[in-house]
Design a protein around this ligand. Structure first.
Ligand SMILES: NC(=O)c1ccc[n+]([C@@H]2O[C@H](COP(=O)([O-])OP(=O)(O)OC[C@H]3O[C@@H](n4cnc5c(N)ncnc54)[C@H](O)[C@@H]3O)[C@@H](O)[C@H]2O)c1
Length: 264
């Protein structure tokens, strides 16, 4: 299997895309350390992968704390001896327009999404540069890194920042055999999307009108891109962002939406 012998850390792994990434990497042979601010839930998720704890560990971790993200990376090296794959997935949005956004909300979202990704990448990189085979970092960006939504101010800014930090890490660490890439999903069928943007048929229609493939993505369809970027199959890929977004990036104007909306 493509991740046999690899040690992976995934943040925000209690549910949604992070859980799908941990499941995929584990299914492909990696041992996984799963971090999440929902400590009990991530411990249960890890136990569902391997109740013995020999190949999957869940750990409480708030990625907005550098000390906690360092501890998560240390869990991988202390337990398994190395860290080959770091997936900085934990993220959060808040509805806020340019006229409303508060300092508190800005600091909170930037702290989790951008600072968490930066120090997660740093913690992993500090281990990877000392390893013979380097490693691979994959950051969770968003279609919103490129496309603007008016009521999503700190989120979009945080994801644009993730794209640039991905390029900076890639260029900084290339000579140490550490690759750094990002994945920028469109609208994916998880709690985050269901709570935030699928609150009404009108909101759902608006999403589909910008989605040529005509449906939301599934978390597993993001995880497969993460797994590819983390694998040796992507050995010549660094500093890139891949968008599993159902074709949203190239759309100008809107797509037709069927009268009957696809079930979620
Ligand atoms: N669902 C989408 O449509 C979509 C689209 C583009 C990008 N993304 C990104 O994908 C990632 C995962 O989102 P999801 O859709 O699975 O959402 P989700 O809400 O289902 O899962 C997010 C997970 O992150 C955890 N988390 C939140 N704050 C944390 C913190 N401070 N420290 C550690 N863990 C924390 C949550 O507990 C949860 O388990 C996020 O970075 C999100 O921005 C999602």
């Amino acid at each position: 299997m493509q991740h046999d012998g690899k040690i992976a850390v995934v943040t925000g792994a209690a549910q949604g895309i992070g859980l799908a990434c941990a499941e995929k990497l584990h299914a492909e042979g990696a041992k996984v350390v799963m971090g999440d601010v929902q400590g009990d839930k991530v411990a249960e998720a890890a136990a569902a992968l391997d109740a013995s704890g020999a190949t999957a560990i869940g750990m409480a971790c708030d990625v907005s704390s550098q000390a906690e993200i360092n501890a998560l990376a240390a869990k991988a090296t202390d337990t398994f001896g190395r860290l080959d794959i770091m997936v900085n997935n934990a993220g959060l949005g808040v509805a806020a327009t340019v006229l409303e956004i508060t300092e508190e909300d800005f600091d909170r979202i930037i702290g989790i999404n951008l600072k968490g990704t930066l120090f997660g990448s740093q913690a992993a990189a500090r281990v990877m540069v000392e390893q013979e085979n380097g490693g691979a970092i994959v950051n969770m960006s968003s279609a919103q890194a490129l496309l603007a939504i008016p009521n999503s101010v700190p989120y979009g800014i945080s994801k644009a920042g993730i794209n640039q930090l991905t390029r900076i890490f890639a260029v900084s660490l290339a000579d140490k055999n550490v690759r750094c890439n990002a994945v920028g999903p469109g609208t994916i069928n998880t709690d985050m999307a269901r709570n935030a943007v699928l609150s009404s048929d009108a909101a759902y229609r608006m999403i589909l009108s910008r989605t040529p493939l005509g449906r939301l993505g599934e978390a597993s369809e993001v995880a497969s891109v993460v797994s590819f970027l983390a694998s040796d199959e992507a050995s010549y890929v660094t500093g890139q962002v891949i968008y599993p977004d159902g074709g949203r990036q190239p759309v100008n104007y809107v797509m037709p939406v069927p009268e009957e909306l696809p079930e979620l």
